[in-house]
Design a protein around this ligand. Structure first.
Ligand code: ADP
Ligand code: F6P
Length: 323
């Protein structure tokens, strides 16, 4: 398939790795003789016609930067046919013949909707949540994991010095992937995730038991979407007097920022190149994904119909090793 002009946009929650992916898309497409138009602020900017041509130099110096230099947005209008029709009009007016959408699971739904209007579209999964079906890893997950791991390591230093329990809340929307993995790599005493329900009493038992076994601290990771909030668990542990005094920390949006790790830069680069190649092969309505060591393309219809679940074997493993 021959394209003269393609567009690229970033949508939904940002994630470290999006910038190196934009760079790869732009330079790969230019190397194949295409013009690339950068659309600002996701589907919102598309509807408003906020876009400009990107040259190779325009994406210089962004490889190592977190966030997205095209900026991003959530766009409720795009959920409706009226918004999608307006987007189609803007694409036609700008002469954009194919589009690369970099974003989370919601953005993949948006990409699939546009493909339904006949626009050639390829999605690239980017979300720290790692909840996108069809890819082992989404862009930003590795960097976010490392950021959270560093924060927990630091909290453990102060926890041990004061003989305290620390509750740490991580983002993840409804997916416990980040919390679970951090729980393993930081040796957490307890991991609370949406996928596994644990009564407050049981959390108290585990922390009290850790104290009785002579631990100098206890780390409890609370994934966003878990049944109990950090405050609820903190109040329970302090009221029950489990041995450790308990403090809570909510990391909030911190893991969404920062310079992408080497893993994320490599994944972003491979996925960006593959997204352009997929368009050139005449493929549309697909997402690029990492499966094992390969970058593959998966129909968006399958991607949007399900969510990636964390591997609960890791949950059992963490429990055994928290002795
Ligand atoms: P993320 O892409 O990070 O999951 P959102 O879920 O907020 O973030 O989705 C980003 C944007 O994608 C939404 O604001 C909306 O414009 C678009 N989108 C989400 N779901 C759909 C859908 N079902 N149909 C069309 N567009 C959608
Ligand atoms: O999807 C990424 C994510 O950071 C989730 O982990 C979190 O629930 C959500 O986005 C937060 O969204 P916002 O940035 O709109 O507060």
């Amino acid at each position: 398939m021959k394209y003269r002009t393609i567009g690229v946009l970033t949508s939904g929650g940002d994630a470290p790795g999006i910038n190196p992916c934009i760079r790869a898309v732009v330079r790969m497409a230019i190397s194949q003789g295409m013009e690339v138009i950068g659309i600002q602020e996701g589907f919102d900017g598309l509807i408003r016609g906020e876009m400009e041509s990107l040259r190779a130099r325009d994406v210089g110096g962004i490889l190592q930067r977190g966030g997205t230099f095209l900026r991003t947005a959530r766009c409720p209008e795009f959920l409706e046919r009226k918004g999608q029709r307006q987007a189609l009009r803007e694409l036609n007016e700008a002469g954009i013949e194919g589009l690369i959408v970099i974003g989370g699971d919601g953005s993949m739904k948006g990409a699939h909707a546009l493909a339904g209007w006949g626009v050639p579209v390829v999605g690239v999964p980017a979300s720290i949540d790692n909840d996108i079906w069809g890819t082992d890893m989404s862009l930003g997950v590795d960097t976010a994991l490392n950021t959270i791991m560093e924060a927990v390591d630091k909290l453990r230093d102060t926890a041990s010095s004061h003989q305290r329990a620390f509750l740490v809340e991580t983002m993840g929307r409804r997916c416990g992937y980040l919390a679970l993995l951090v729980g393993v790599v930081c040796g957490a005493e307890v991991i609370l995730i949406p996928e596994v329900e644990m009564p407050l009493e049981q959390v108290g038992d585990a922390v009290e038991d850790a104290y009785a076994r002579g631990k100098t601290h206890a780390i409890i990771i609370v994934g966003e979407g878990a049944k109990f909030s950090v405050k609820e668990v903190e109040d329970h542990l302090n009221t029950r007097e489990v041995g450790f005094e308990t403090r809570g920390t909510i990391l909030g949006h911190v893991p969404r920022g920062g310079s992408p790790s080497a893993f994320d830069r490599m994944l972003a680069t491979r996925m960006g190149v593959e997204a352009v190649e997929a368009l050139l092969k005449g493929t549309s309505d697909v997402m690029v994904g990492l499966q094992g060591r390969e970058i593959v393309t998966i129909p968006l219809e399958q991607v949007v119909a399900q969510s990636r679940e964390p591997n609960l074997e890791f949950y059992e493993m963490a429990k055994i090793l928290a002795r």
